[in-house]
Design a protein around this ligand. Sequence first.
Ligand SMILES: *Cc1c(COP(=O)(O)O)cnc(C)c1O
Length: 411
Amino acid sequence: MKVADTLAMANTQYYLDKEAQYGAHNYHPLPVVLTKGSGVHVWDIENNRYYDFLSGYSAINHGHCHPKIMEIFLEQAQRLTLTSRAFHNDALGEYAEYITRFFGYDKVLPMNTGAEAVETALKLARRWGYEVKGVAPGEALIVTCSNNFHGRTISIISFSTDEPSKRNFGPYTPGLLTIPFNDLEALKAVLQNKNVVGFLVEPIQGEAGIVVPDEGYISNAAQLCKDANVLFIADEIQTGLARTGKMLACEHEGVHPDMLILGKALSGGTMPVSAVLTSKEVMDTIKPGDHGSTYGGNPLACRVAIAALQALIDENMAENAAIQGEYFRAGLKAINSPYVSIVRGKGLFNAIVIAHEEEDAAWQLCMIMKENGLLAKPTHGDRIRFAPPLTISRTQIEDAVYIIEKSLNKL
Ligand SMILES: *Cc1c(COP(=O)(O)O)cnc(C)c1O
């Protein structure tokens, strides 16, 4: 390698320029170029080490390059990666049995990205509405909440209330209603309409800035849906898989959703793996040829997902998230900075809200934290999400709180 190339490889700007020139500008990343990850840490090309407090939007719950998941991943990658669903493979059946027993459902439909799983759930709800509930053709309605985030397809952004996500992407998909989040009266009112087939909700709103609803919201919402013969559909793509201190966030209120949507950490951060879990009654409304995905249910995804779910149990990650999360929030509250107006969250799914006269203060704070060795990203301007891998230790939490405090003092 030439000296010039070696220099270029250690030069952050070189990579930023390449992305800016040749890539779509659909993200606004922090100016750090990562090249390696292990556990709760990532390293940039200049060999600086950081705590990863975003964890790939909670896709990295297990930590980077978890050894048990990597072992299975590499083994299966060298054996068989993709068969399509035109043929059977020897991993899908085993995975389907494993994940349905794991979460207590009759059946699973495997997809890849989160958005695809949400789309699948919407299709299933409509099918069930027409074929089981008896809604008149074309009349089915699905209820969602304001400030939701469920993905980026045209149907999903049709019920987004975030202006940039929607602007000039219309016309939008009809049949979708939006009510305020954490508002049982609004739900009760909308459920009067007999054409409602499903209520899609995040148990804690993630992209909105870790908005935790009142205690009892999820259990009461599920009960209202049950009484109205409407499917309660939980999008646990970000809240699920031990993130909030339970395997599913719905478990905090003893709720077993009619449909459960998983993604992100389901593959331990290795590849896109998502799933919809539900009853036989709902799932059997889809017949061969009605829905599918070339990569959905591929043997590599199936093996990796089993390994990822098993690791959550074997390493007590939900319990650790609950314990370290409690400790982390206590640490954040003790910082007592005039710029932190709110500390909120559950388990290791947390956020602070920054109150500062400068509009980009949250971004500036993230830049200072980066200099101090911790990576996090603002959401919706003034909110910063703190969601480290669930393997984080008490000492590492203490270290992180110290970095956050030191950074706030520099703001
Ligand atoms: C990330 C996310 C999605 C979309 O997942 P993709 O894999 O990015 O399509 C959907 N719902 C929630 C709650 C999410 O956090």
